[in-house]
Design a protein around this ligand. Structure first.
Ligand code: MN
Length: 720
């Protein structure tokens, strides 16, 4: 296990070896001093001063040439959590970027993916989406975890196992996706060491027994290969390569015997160019017989985490099997550090941060899922999708053109089709895998070449597919297809409603919908096209009579009400006087009842008061629910341009920032906050917030948004 003596001097020496910008160094130094002061007096369980931890995290990051913001964040990464430092203070001292990194790491520390509860979903989602906006958060977190794993021996056994399991389940898959194999492989061995110590020590024991012998054979083979390449003028370096304990464990776990693991002997050949990779391979194969099935060309077809290399297994000296990897130095950087390798190139003028972010979103399905699902309304769907996509075992299959597609294990040709393009999924009629026709629920395997048969005239997916597919993307896209079908159905129904209305009035449909009238209807109802009209008709948001009345203005009352409503809207800002109509009665005064304050979209009923017009209540308002007399049916007008008052109660833990968050949410929904009252009790705060809102949908969305704010316990509509 690595034991590195980390000091201020050693870390800053490493930093200065690749960062020479004075102003950047100043920030890093300031971050170190700040962390030193804030953590002063704190000890780690190991007995060391706390500052050793942030120093070590920074040290790990110097090995992948992390930038100055990342390094500063490494020093500061625990101050929010452990030192009573506020976010505002950090922003003042170090600016937004560094603070966001620190905050991101602090947030992941609070994540616990095991047994995610419904109520937590919204939070996970927020956090995950937040993370994607800067991949460096995850890189700092990986370094943080690596150092904690290196010093895990101080924790009691139960905690060791928990941490190790969490690392295996969550952080290692992420490191894998990011292609950060060096960190990943150390995390794997450390996790195994604590999660299954018996197995770990058993394997390392066996490795030790054979170590001397293996090293001797590897060195011999190394010399032979080197000789061969020199003879053919290929400049190169060769390293013997120790198989990680974890990779041996995985093979044993699959039922292999220790002695059968034939790639215990492994070499890695480094050359300068891609062409030399293939040349070297050719020479090696011409001298040492390869095992055909074990050859993999990850140069022509990189893994989706960007890994490139040639892999082959050959019969080497004395009949021993050798696994040989051939790659360029550049490929090696990517293979070891993945997404972080962008830091090593240091191309001037390029925006490394943007490149990394770009890479992440382009190449890594994990993040693509998050970005795609960003607007997903249902938090549970979102978290499921992300979990499914990030932490499950994956397979790699090919398109007929040789593009690599990454899918979760168990995926079917339908998943494949939707991953390629939703059009291909929607028109799938069959699948050919490795040139054989397969059923559409066939389980794809690594390296399958998949061709999808499509028919542009197909009826589209069928409901059964929802039970077959494995990926949330495919499921969502199939659902979207059916939603579009529903939309078509709504359009058909809406059209029928209008036809019926016109038949009743003996007006030919085609005459009614001449282009002039259509324009008039569109203008009047502020809609884009007839489809929108039909959908609104089928949802009862627009009445067929309203449409009729727009064209036949003369003899109708609704139109007049509508007119006067609109006029009122322009002249009159008095809330509650307009927007409501009563069949058969015009020009009657209505008031929104102050007890229940209904908003458009809610079911309402009118109560005829003595001399003050009609007061409009929610249909289930306790003040009217038991009344038998003086009630009258009232309706919201289809067109409402005003906002209505509604009062909600927000229960929360004491927190200064909640109000600000609420206001931010209201702004983004274009909801006006008209008053806020605060009530404190022993440990909770209740805010009574009165807003002006267009309709019930907006109000409910607003309330749901507030629920996602940290420390909010409950949100309810105020009644009475
Ligand atoms: Mn830490």
């Amino acid at each position: 296990m690595k034991k590195i003596n980390v000091t201020y001097d050693s870390v800053f020496k490493a930093i200065k070896s690749y960062i020479d910008d004075e102003s950047e160094l100043k920030v890093i130094t300031k971050a170190y001093k700040y962390a030193f002061e804030k953590h002063f007096g704190q000890k780690r369980l190991t007995g060391e001063d706390y500052i050793i931890h942030p120093l070590s995290v920074a040290q790990i990051l110097t090995e992948i040439y992390a930038d100055y913001e990342c390094l500063s964040a490494a020093f500061l990464h625990d101050v929010l959590e452990d030192c009573n430092v506020t976010k505002e203070e950090l922003i003042n001292e170090f600016g937004e970027n560094i603070t966001n990194l620190v905050e991101g790491v602090t947030k992941i520390n609070r994540l616990n993916f095991n047994g995610v509860s419904e109520a937590m979903n919204a939070n996970y989602r927020k956090i995950l989406v937040g993370l994607c906006e800067d991949v460096r958060v995850i890189i700092v977190k990986l370094a943080d975890r690596l150092h904690n794993m290196r010093t895990l021996y101080v924790l009691p056994e139960k905690r060791q196992k928990e941490k190790a399991k969490e690392t295996l389940d969550i952080l290692i898959p992420i490191a894998h996706r990011l292609g950060m194999n060096k960190i990943k492989s150390e995390l794997e061995d450390l996790s195994l060491r604590y999660y299954k110590p018996d197995i770990y020590f058993d394997i390392s024991e066996k490795l030790n027994q054979t170590k001397a012998e293996r090293e001797k054979i590897v060195l011999e083979m190394q010399n032979k290969v080197s000789e061969l390449l020199n003879k053919n003028n290929i400049k190169h370096e060769i390293k013997g390569r120790a198989k990680s304990i974890f990779s041996i464990y995985k093979k044993l776990d699959k039922g292999k015997k220790f002695n059968d693991i034939y790639d215990l002997l492994a070499l890695r050949v480094f050359v300068n160019t891609e062409q030399e990779c293939y040349q070297a391979l050719g020479y090696i194969h011409s001298k040492y017989r390869p095992i055909p099935k074990r050859f993999k060309d990850y140069i022509a077809m990189p893994k989706s985490n960007m890994y490139q290399s040639l892999h082959t297994t050959v019969f080497g000296i004395d009949g021993y099997l050798f696994e040989i990897q051939i790659r360029t130095y550049e490929m090696d950087l990517v293979a070891e550090n993945g997404i972080a390798s962008h830091w090593s190139y240091k191309e001037h003028g390029s925006n490394v941060k943007a490149d990394m972010q770009n890479d992440m979103e382009k190449k890594l399905q994990f993040f693509r899922t998050i970005m795609e699902m960003k607007d997903e309304k249902d938090d549970k769907n979102f978290v499921e999708a992300v979990k499914e996509d990030s932490f499950k075992e994956v397979i790699y299959v090919f398109t007929p053109k040789g593009d690599v597609i990454e899918l979760p294990k168990g995926s079917t040709p339908i998943d494949f089709a939707y991953r390629v393009h939703s059009d291909i999924g929607d028109h799938l009629v069959g699948a050919i895998v490795n040139e054989m026709l397969v059923p559409i629920d066939y389980e794809l395997k690594n390296d399958d070449v998949v061709k999808i048969n499509i028919n542009k005239n197909s009826m589209g997916p069928n409901y059964e597919w929802l039970n077959i597919v494995k990926t949330p993307q495919a499921r969502n896209k199939i659902r979207a297809f059916f939603n579009r079908l529903d939309k078509d159905e709504n359009i058909r129904q809406g059209e029928e409603l209008l036809q019926k209305e016109l038949r009743k009035r003996k007006i030919p449909f085609n005459d009614f919908l001449n282009s002039e009238n259509i324009q008039k209807i569109k203008d009047e109802l502020k809609i884009q096209d007839l489809n929108e009209l039909y959908i609104n008709l089928s949802n009862n948001k627009i009445l067929p009579s309203t449409v009729y009345n727009i064209i036949n203005v003369e003899d109708n009352k609704n139109e007049k009400i509508l007119k006067s409503v609109t006029d009122n809207n322009i002249k009159n800002t008095n809330i509650g006087k307009t927007d409501i109509y009563i069949e058969g009665i015009s020009n009657i005064k209505t008031n929104i009842a102050s007890c229940c304050k209904p908003v458009p979209g809610e079911k309402i009923i009118g109560y005829i008061t003595k001399g003050k017009g009609i007061s409009v209540h929610k249909i289930n308002c306790s003040n009217v629910i038991n009344l038998k007399e003086r009630l009258i049916e009232v309706h919201w007008n289809p067109i409402i341009t005003k906002k209505y008052y509604a009062t909600i109660l927000v229960h929360s833990k004491k927190d200064e920032n909640i109000l600000l968050n609420i206001i931010t949410k209201s702004n983004s929904l274009n909801i006006t906050v008209s008053s806020i009252k605060t009530m404190n009790n022993s440990d909770n705060t209740i805010y009574s917030i009165t807003v002006l809102v267009e309709n019930i949908d907006k109000l409910l969305k607003f309330m749901n948004d507030i629920k996602t704010i940290n420390n909010v316990i409950d949100v309810e509509r105020s009644i009475g």
